[in-house]
Design a protein around this ligand. Structure first.
Ligand code: ARG
Length: 459
């Protein structure tokens, strides 16, 4: 291939160096952004009288033809080109002759690649936003289905207090809501145009960066041309938001894996989203949830890799920055897949309410309620806590539950206990009394549901 910098160099670059230098294998996925960016550039150049209207019109038509042919498959990417920018320009020049070479007036690949990447990641952000919303909706629906299904809530993975599965699932819906806010926030800073920063110093041509930005759907332009071509914060911010979102999906996955184990038996995952073992016929493995948990590591890795690539770079563009793409593309692909799989799997998840309830009955998770009952009878909380603790110890010694203790046994521990203690420590009562804002009672969870759904609709 005839090198663009052939004027400066006397020798051909080595084939190995070409291969090492090339990014077309992974940046060709930005072909659409590259071409639409170039169309807006040609239009701006003609609006400012830098290109004639006729030249610009021909360039735009030529670019549109390339785009259509790439989409239909009539034109294939030539992998001997260094990158997607060179490929498009090469095809354009083959087709239009010397006119094709005019397109690159008042721009550089440095601002061009920054533009393409921002536009590409903007559309990925929108797709991830839509998929996150879908999953949040699925979680809300499941939460509604199981809003009264009592299970033990845990701290330290020890049974702590009764909650409902609906309440627990709404916790994840709330996390996804924050993920959506982070994505929207990051999109805002991403949606600023670097085109027109040129190589680094701006240009001597009388360009209109704002016009070009507006035509491409940007909210504004990068203020400083050196920053405009050096900045990859938008990719880092997206990777950070995606890492946090994956962390949420991973925690959910971890719970699904635990809950579907024979030890818990709280849920059953749908056959369509589980696998069997090649040797152990009894197995139903939560592979999808495990993979989501496992893939979280890749996304964290993508974030760390880019942070590290950028940390020592002097301004402005350095070729190291070509390493920005594969990781962030991989992270977007991974997150989209995980969101789709989760949204596909969760509707078929069935809770085994009897098992969850039994676990809730056996864990003394109404011990706090017993203490609260004694507080209601006038005992200070710290003393009530001790009485309740002593009764739990007695139950453990005797293999009983708090509900099974006789009134005499209660009275031995504290004279304040009356017949009404049984109603106070009843599991359903324990849940339905927690009507505080954000609490586990059915009406509280219903309020959370309504609030999350409203926010999802408004986003
Ligand atoms: N393929 C390059 C990249 O991804 C495009 C920018 C090249 N700019 C340059 N000055 N070599 O970063």
């Amino acid at each position: 291939m005839n090198k663009l910098w052939a004027g400066r160099s006397e020798e051909e670059t080595a084939a190995l160096a070409d291969r090492f230098n090339a990014s077309i294998a992974f940046d060709s996925r930005m072909y659409k952004q590259d071409i639409t960016g170039s169309m807006a550039h040609a239009a701006m150049l003609s609006a400012r009288g830098i290109l004639t209207q006729r030249d610009a019109g021909e360039l735009i038509d030529g670019l549109q033809g390339i785009l259509d042919e790439l989409e239909s498959g009539a034109l294939a990417i030539d992998h001997s080109c260094e990158d997607i920018h060179m490929f498009v320009e090469q095809v354009l020049t083959e087709r239009l002759g010397p006119l094709g070479k005019k397109l690159h007036t008042a721009r550089s690949r440095n601002d061009q690649v920054a533009l393409d990447l921002r536009m590409y990641l903007r559309s990925e952000t929108d797709e991830i936003t839509a998929l996150t919303k879908t999953l949040a909706g699925v979680l809300c629906d499941k939460a509604e289905e199981y809003k009264a299904a009592i299970m033990p809530g845990y701290t330290h993975l020890q049974r702590a207090q009764p909650v409902t599965l609906g309440h627990q699932l709404m916790a994840y819906a709330c996390m996804l809501l924050r993920d959506l806010e982070r994505l929207a926030d990051c999109r805002g800073r991403m949606n600023v145009s670097p085109i027109g920063c040129c190589a680094l110093a701006g240009t001597t041509y009388d360009t209109d960066r704002e016009m070009e930005a507006e035509a491409l759907g940007f909210d504004g332009v990068c203020l400083n041309s050196i920053d405009g071509v050096s900045d990859r914060d938008f990719a880092l911010e997206l990777l950070s938001a995606l890492s946090i979102e994956m962390m949420h999906l991973s925690r959910l996955s971890e719970e699904l894996i635990l809950w579907s184990s024979w030890e818990f038996q709280f849920i059953e995952l749908p056959d369509a989203y589980t696998t069997g073992s090649s040797i152990m016929p009894q197995k139903k493995n939560p592979d999808m949830a495990e993979l989501v948990r496992g893939k979280t590591g890749r996304v964290y890795g993508d974030l760390m890799a880019l942070l590290t690539v950028l940390k020592g770079l002097p301004l402005a563009y350095n070729k190291d920055m070509q390493e920005d793409k594969e990781g962030v593309f991989d992270a977007c692909d991974t997150v989209k897949l995980c969101l789709e799989v989760m949204a596909g799997m969760l509707p078929g998840m069935k809770a085994r309410e009897d098992k969850m309830r039994r676990a809730a009955e056996e864990g003394f998770i109404n011990a706090t309620d017993l203490a609260d009952y004694l507080v209601g009878k006038g005992l200070p909380f710290r003393d009530a806590y001790k009485v309740s603790g002593r009764l739990v110890a007695k139950c453990i010694r005797e293999g009983k539950t708090l509900e099974a203790l006789s009134l005499e046994e209660y009275k031995e521990a504290s004279g304040l206990v009356g017949e009404d203690v049984y109603a106070a420590i009843d599991l359903d009562a324990c849940v339905s009394r927690r009507q505080s804002l954000g609490g586990t009672s059915v009406p509280s969870v219903e309020k959370q549901l309504a609030a999350v759904r409203e926010k999802l609709n408004a986003l």
